[in-house]
Design a protein around this ligand. Structure first.
Ligand SMILES: [Ca+2]
Ligand SMILES: [Ca+2]
Length: 435
């Protein structure tokens, strides 16, 4: 119906052909004017090319030869025609020897001499004190100080703390780091380094190695940047998932026992003690890996009056057949299943922690319920997700470290008469940290 309606609204075939022909005409006229413009443009370019060629031949005939810039310097002025001047400059740290400017003469030769740039000898003024040896470098000098002297110009006697610093340079424990950030810089050894200074036109510029910064008033001393302190606030700018340890020139992240620092150096990853055999669980125990540790668990079948249980798998106990007419026995749970979960502290809730399902229900009704006292009911609830499945829900976040046990009972009923009940015991190990 819809398609028919749409077809009836269409313009006629002749109408479409008319429109297309009009567009075709329009395109042809555009094409013609476009080609005309291109031809005009080509003509203009050819004219320009020939006039440039003429000018070039003139220029070649009345210019001085090209001049080179001096090594470590540069040339100002590009015109090489008669009467024009060219000037020369040297890079900082070099001085000009020869003509500062040259003029292109009528004879088509340059006046003066080709200049050169010579390294300025910064050591000429004997800047190193107290027996230091001066080493001339490009645009700067450095002093090799005599024993017992330090500083850019060997001006300061070596302070005793530099001697102590070499002895303690390996100390990077958190306690050392904490002490370092509170002590005055001059007494903290490896957290202080001399700066590198250069003197440019009488002004001293000092820089530090990466991870260090000029400290306060003394530009000759670099102090370690305490990255841990600097990025302490704010989750977005946090350096480490757990703890930050300031080190000389850097920092590192540390993790609590039971965790390894991840490859990116910032996060912590749980060590799986159960997979790596660094657990001490005995043969009859099962190793349960938890965040930050592990647990050795052993399933013992429950002792209930009138009923006996046998272990059918490491985590399941089933009731032995009951004697005829022993009602107490037949009312006891048919089976106990055991499950262990490892979670991190403060896991967001609500969330499904565990599902219990009946594989082959025999009755007409399944009922799921939560057993246990107040501590369990504060954190867990049981709800049905479909006809055959019950869910153990975590209702509120749990602050670790903690171990919580919840029991879910599933009953099978036929016309309100209980046919059997099955207990699932869930033990949840909550870690101390949120990772
Ligand atoms: Ca640092
Ligand atoms: Ca672990």
């Amino acid at each position: 119906m819809l398609l028919l309606h749409w077809l009836c609204d269409c313009p006629g075939r002749q109408e479409i052909q008319g429109s297309l022909k009009q567009v075709q005409k329009l395109l042809s006229s555009h094409e013609a004017s476009y080609m005309q413009s291109l031809r005009n443009l080509k003509k203009k370019i050819n004219l320009l090319l020939s006039s440039a060629a003429r000018q070039n031949t003139k220029a070649i005939n009345s210019t001085c030869p090209k001049l080179e810039s001096p090594i470590n310097g540069r040339k100002l002025g590009k015109s090489h025609s008669i009467g024009h001047e060219v000037h020369f400059l040297c890079d900082p740290g070099y001085e000009l020897v020869g003509s500062e400017s040259r003029v292109c003469q009528e004879s088509l030769t340059w006046s003066g001499q080709q200049p050169t740039c010579r390294d300025i000898n910064e050591c000429a003024s004997s800047p190193c004190l107290n027996g230091g040896t001066c080493v001339d470098e490009v645009n700067q000098f450095s002093c090799v100080c005599a024993k017992g002297w330090a500083g850019v110009t060997c001006q300061s006697p070596v302070p005793t703390f530099f001697v102590t610093m070499t002895n303690t340079s390996a100390a990077t424990s958190p306690s050392t780091a904490a002490a370092a950030s509170t002590l005055p810089a001059a007494t903290t050894g490896p957290y202080v380094r001399p700066s590198r200074c250069t003197i440019v036109q009488g002004t001293t510029h000092c820089t530090c190695e990466p991870g260090y910064t000029i400290s306060g008033r003394d530009s000759y001393t670099c102090t370690d940047i305490d990255e841990c302190e600097l990025f302490h606030n704010g989750q977005a700018g946090r350096l480490c998932l757990h703890a930050c340890v300031n080190t000389p020139g850097g920092y590192r992240c540390s993790c609590p026992a039971g965790y390894n620092v991840t490859r990116d150096g910032r996060s912590c990853k749980d060590i799986d003690e159960c997979a790596t055999r660094i657990n001490n669980c005995t043969k009859d125990q099962m190793c349960i890996n938890t965040y930050g540790g592990f647990q050795c668990v052993r399933v013992d079948c429950p002792k209930i009056p009138n009923a006996t249980y046998v272990k059918t798998s490491p985590m399941r106990c089933e009731r032995n057949p009951c004697p005829v007419d022993n009602k107490a026995c037949s009312h006891a749970p048919n089976s106990f299943s055991y499950h262990y979960l490892a979670v991190v502290s403060n896991l967001s809730a609500p969330r499904v922690m565990f599902r219990v399902s009946a594989l082959r229900p025999i009755g007409d009704t399944l009922r799921f319920s939560l057993l246990g006292g107040r501590p369990v009911r504060r954190h867990f609830t049981v709800q049905r997700s479909d006809r055959l499945t019950g869910e153990l829900m975590l209702a509120s976040p749990v602050q670790g470290p903690a171990t919580l046990e919840a029991e879910v009972e599933m009953s099978e009923l036929e016309r309100r008469v209980q046919l059997g009940k099955y207990i699932t015991k869930v033990t949840m190990f909550v870690s101390q940290y949120e990772f």
